[in-house]
Design a protein around this ligand. Sequence first.
Ligand SMILES: Nc1ncnc2c1ncn2[C@@H]1O[C@H](COP(=O)(O)OP(=O)(O)O)[C@@H](O)[C@H]1O
Ligand SMILES: [Mg+2]
Length: 248
Amino acid sequence: MAFIFKMESLSASYGTNIVLEDVNFRVSEDDFIGVIGPNGGGKTTLLKIILGLIKPVSGEIIFNPDLSGSCAIGYLPQISTGDLSYPVSVTDVILSGMMIRKRIITRMSKEDRKKAAGIIEEMGLSGMGRSSLSELSGGQLQRVFLGRAIIGDPKLLLLDEPGNFVDSTFENDFYEKLKELNKRMAILMVSHDIGMISAHVRSYACVNRKLNYHPSSEISNEQLLAYGCPIQLITHGTVPHTVLKQHN
Ligand SMILES: Nc1ncnc2c1ncn2[C@@H]1O[C@H](COP(=O)(O)OP(=O)(O)O)[C@@H](O)[C@H]1O
Ligand SMILES: [Mg+2]
């Protein structure tokens, strides 16, 4: 499988605070990787490096030149439902994913609108194109933002804590969608909740300043500990979740 990008001895910092150190990491076309790690471990920073929002202080990230042109990246940022009271429609939000790709604000073509209509169908939001975000359930919102992330036909989809604002009723639907999308794009999904994503990803990267890659979806508590990712079991309602303990 062709690689999408590789990081070589990459480090990143905010001022003098080194957040990622000597990271070597490669993502291939068909990957579905869970990015786990404690709060403040550097997961979002890793995504920002991939998106080019911040530059490494040393080392580099190399994108596959053979994939350029088609190598757009889809991004589902960390969102909380509190942010979503704007009176914008489902179609507008999905179309805004196109605008990011064009990088300039242009009028949307008929073709763009047709594409958005297709995405609305694909995301199971038929008939909701004109609905305002405030009318939607958590699961529907999540699919709107997923539609926005994929409208540009990315080769790589980045998801930052997508479980944060979805209610559990829609969780399975969402992961089923991701599984379908993984047939045509690589996926990198950030979560601090290992239990929640363990059934869906094919491998893990544990990020806590250093990045440790685990090439299997099976990951034991002992392995996590050995890689410097201390874990903790917490309970939401009656469901136990394995999460990463705050590191020193
Ligand atoms: N814009 C920023 N300026 C300064 N420090 C930041 C900034 N963003 C994140 N950090 C710091 O970098 C570290 C890693 O943050 P982040 O990548 O957001 O971690 P995670 O997503 O794993 O919780 C944290 O210590 C955080 O406080
Ligand atoms: Mg984060």
